[in-house]
Ligand binder design. Structure first.
Ligand code: COA
Length: 260
């Protein structure tokens, strides 16, 4: 499929989605959010895609936020709808995909950009990355899940400091805060993500999807994560991958998973 604002590229079981508006520092306008929704949906439904990597084009920005020019004249109802639609189509959508998503943060990840990275299942940053939620400097608050997901990862005090000061942290601090799992050079960013993806790909994709559901359940109101874990654990015993994984171990060979 052809997109105007993103590039979706499939190779060796990995779909790399690149946000491609470098002249606007990859800011998320409405069209980009719609295209991202459709690219993530397509990748998740292709059995051949085992890992999705999301990144930004250029060396300066992952995403410098939601496109400010699009909502500068909005009223309250439009603001509410902007947040709800964005969360439904992209941010909650990505977090709940059954295919693992890694964010490769290659520069500024601000506002909606950090929120998109936080929606991925985990993150790797390049040394030049800068992260923050500057919304209060615009008279707003984060509206794409940032108040929730940043708090989950960094804790309440760090999250509120970052939000209230609207300041940026560097990659090393993001590592200390638990926002990113690794900091690497810009040149190594995608290859590091591919190396992590290769490890993920060697495992059972059906078990990985179940793990995503169980971990996400911890953060879902009214849902008992332990109950979800028990249910998902039980379901794994019905899968071909379970049969293959345990047989391969007992036969001292490498498992060949089909994801069924
Ligand atoms: N929305 C719309 N356009 C944006 C944008 C955003 N969030 N972030 C950057 N851009 C545009 C700029 O308007 C500029 O466009 P122009 O060349 O047509 O004027 C272009 O991207 C380059 O940005 P610029 O500000 O000139 O780059 P810089 O290196 O001086 O500064 C940033 C980089 C990231 C510090 C700065 O762009 C910035 O503060 N962006 C907004 C961050 C933000 O508040 N995000 C949260 C939104 S809710």
């Amino acid at each position: 499929m052809n997109y105007s604002n993103i590039i979706s590229d499939f190779k060796d079981g990995i779909t790399t989605i690149t946000i491609n508006r470098p002249s606007k520092l990859n800011a998320l306008n409405k069209e980009t959010i719609l295209e991202l929704h459709s690219a993530f949906k397509a990748a998740d439904s292709e059995v051949s895609t085992q890992v999705i990597i999301i990144t930004g084009s250029g060396e300066k920005a992952f995403v410098a936020g939601a496109d400010i020019s699009e909502f500068a004249h909005f009223g309250s109802e439009q603001g509410h709808s902007l947040s709800k639609t964005g969360q439904d189509l992209l941010f909650d959508f990505v977090e709940n995909l059954s295919t693992p998503v890694i964010a490769a943060i290659n520069g500024f990840a601000l506002g909606g950009g950090l929120e998109l990275a936080l929606s991925a299942h985990f993150r790797v940053a390049s040394e030049n990355a800068r992260m923050g939620l500057p919304e209060v400097s615009l008279g707003l608050i984060p509206g794409y899940g940032g108040t929730q997901r940043l708090t989950q990862l960094a804790g309440k005090g760090r999250s509120l400091e970052l939000i209230m000061t609207a300041s940026m942290i560097d990659a090393q601090k993001a590592l200390d805060y638990g926002l990113v799992n690794y900091v690497v050079t810009q040149e190594e960013l995608l290859s590091s993500c591919h190396a992590l993806a290769a490890k993920i790909k060697s495992n059972s994709s059906v078990a990985i999807s179940a793990a995503i559901k169980a971990v996400n359940a911890h953060y879902t109101d009214g849902v008992n994560g332990y109950d979800v874990e028990i249910a998902e654990f039980g379901k794994c015993f019905e899968t071909e991958d379970f049969e293959e994984g345990t047989s391969a171990f007992l036969e001292k060979r490498k498992a060949k998973f089909t994801g069924k």
